[in-house]
Design a protein around this ligand. Structure first.
Ligand code: BES
Ligand code: MN
Ligand code: ZN
Length: 494
């Protein structure tokens, strides 16, 4: 169940709740609200802080029982040094509160007195709300012993007004969509065939002002979505292609969102070693991000038209699987010789990029867990971004900075294009030993036409190896919050 958020203008000590969160900065310096609560509790809070060597570092928490105030217990949350308390720092504060709130049904957060002057109050409260929802996330459906969070409601204390309420609501909506993506990513491949993905998307998007088209079989062939057909032919679970359209009446621009949906990537006949396959249920993270984003556009009142394109396949071996040396002819007439069946993501994205380009959007962006090489370049937490239009790239970079999803621009050097040259076709689907993230980007560029386009390689940040504040181990839902921010603030790139 989604956590409900309200703003409360009542006094901090009068908040009726299971848990009241107040803050302390580095050096265990209690905020004004924390000091007031400490007095009402006869110094229990400060004594317990001292006894437990609570230092106030960002995200540190300490819980004490309470009596004589509205709350049943109090959690003291560290906000660290003023320089650490950025918007992202506030997301971490939110996550720390959530992780201490699993046994509380109702929580009140009094944090306005912790804010540095540089952070806007609406942005700050939104960040805390976002951190709470993301930090409260659990994927425990396959655990027989479930320690399920019972958190149901959060009151943000000491703020009011439509501007703050709208900011908090928007952040919470995007965070919940991120949790939907996480659920899909964490789900075992056995439970999410391409057809299952269509079912899940259809269910999520019902009543959300999104037109859903799901193509299979002859409908794929009719539209020449041949990469999707051929990559998917090795699996008994046949491919699908989702086209999702949100078209508000007053729309002046169209943005295309494209997501790689490989529900399981065995590598095909260029088979992955077992260790490389372990996490390949997550190879549909781009698809999950696009579907999740589509689900919140109406609720957020996005003005632009947004069209999602999601090829869904399972990359398997078997009697009908595609082979090395096979040639694929694309919608735009280009031919590709398959030299590695494990470079399958680009083969299905090419269909989506062709189709989207044919519909001439004002800009397009694709998200894909595309290359291990991008992880080598940028590590596990930063996505690589490539594209053909600097204004569009800058717009995406700015959106990602606001959402706190780090990405970094990589080049598409024209002189590397020859690494993709094929003996018999227009190109092959792999380059040389080096620059694998870039040759993948150069491959995609061949299917883009003239539309401003950006490619986000999210192989690294789509998954977290360990819990870290608002990112929990497993699927992260990376990209949802950036896409939501991007479509809300979209400007046509020049
Ligand atoms: N899905 C993988 C990329 C990947 C690797 C994502 C690790 C997340 C973690 C992709 O389909 C793939 O196999 N890429 C190959 C490309 C190569 C054959 C050119 C790779 O990176 O090894
Ligand atoms: Mn692969
Ligand atoms: Zn893949």
């Amino acid at each position: 169940m989604a956590v409900k958020f309200v703003l409360s203008n009542g006094a901090v000590d009068k908040q009726r709740c299971d848990l009241l969160a107040v803050t302390a900065a580095s050096g265990a310096k209690l905020s004004a609200a924390a000091t007031a609560i400490d007095r009402l509790l006869d110094g229990t809070l400060s004594r317990s802080a001292a006894a437990n060597a609570f230092s106030g570092k960002l995200g540190e928490t300490l819980v004490v029982g309470a009596s004589g105030i509205g709350a049943k217990s109090v959690v003291l949350v560290g906000t660290g040094m003023a320089s650490e308390l950025t918007v992202d720092g506030l997301r971490r504060v939110g996550a720390a509160i959530a992780q201490r709130s699993r046994k509380a049904k109702s929580v009140a957060v009094a944090a306005t007195d912790a804010l540095p002057a540089a952070v806007d109050i609406a942005d700050a409260m939104a960040a805390i709300g976002e951190g709470i929802v993301l930090g409260n996330y659990q994927f425990i459906k396959y655990k027989s012993e479930q320690k399920r969070s019972i958190l149901a409601s959060v009151a943000i204390v000491g703020v009011s007004g439509a501007r703050v309420a709208t900011a908090v609501d928007g952040a919470v909506i995007a965070a919940n969509a991120t949790c939907w993506a996480r659920d899909m990513i964490n789900e075992p491949a056995a439970a999410k065939s391409p057809a299952d993905m269509v079912t899940a998307a259809t269910k999520l998007l019902r009543g959300k002002s999104v037109k859903v088209d799901a193509w299979q079989g002859a409908e794929l062939a009719k539209r020449k979505l041949n990469g999707t057909i051929i990559v998917g032919q090795g699996s008994r679970r046949t491919p699908r292609f989702l086209r999702l359209e949100y078209a508000p009446r007053d729309a002046r621009h169209t943005v295309a969102l494209i997501g790689k949906g490989v529900v399981f990537d065995s590598g095909g006949y260029s088979l992955k070693p077992s260790s490389g396959m372990e996490q390949m249920k997550t190879d549909m993270s781009g698809a999950a991000a696009v579907i999740a984003t589509m689900s919140v556009l109406a609720e957020l009142g996005v003005h632009s038209r947004v069209v999602g394109y999601v090829p869904l396949v399972e990359n398997m071996i078997g009697g009908n699987a595609y082979r090395l040396g096979d040639v694929i002819t694309y919608r735009n007439g280009k031919t590709v010789e398959v030299m590695n069946t494990d470079a399958e993501g680009r083969l299905i994205l090419a269909d989506a990029l062709c189709l989207a380009s044919d519909e001439a959007p004002d800009a397009m962006i694709n998200l894909a867990t595309l290359t291990g090489a991008c992880m080598v370049a940028l590590g596990p937490k930063v996505a690589g971004m490539m594209g053909n239009n600097d204004a569009w790239i800058d717009q995406i970079k700015a959106a990602s900075e606001r959402s706190g999803e780090p990405l970094w621009k990589l080049p598409l050097p024209p002189e590397y294009r020859k690494m993709l040259d094929s003996e018999i076709a227009d190109m092959k689907n792999v380059g040389g030993s080096y620059g694998g993230a870039l040759t993948a980007g150069l491959f995609l560029k061949e299917f883009v036409g003239k539309v401003p386009w950006a490619h986000l390689d999210i192989a690294g940040p789509s998954r977290a190896e360990s819990d870290d504040a608002y990112l929990s181990r497993g699927g992260t839902g990376f990209g949802v919050r950036t896409l939501v921010e991007l479509v809300q603030t979209f400007r046509k790139p020049r």
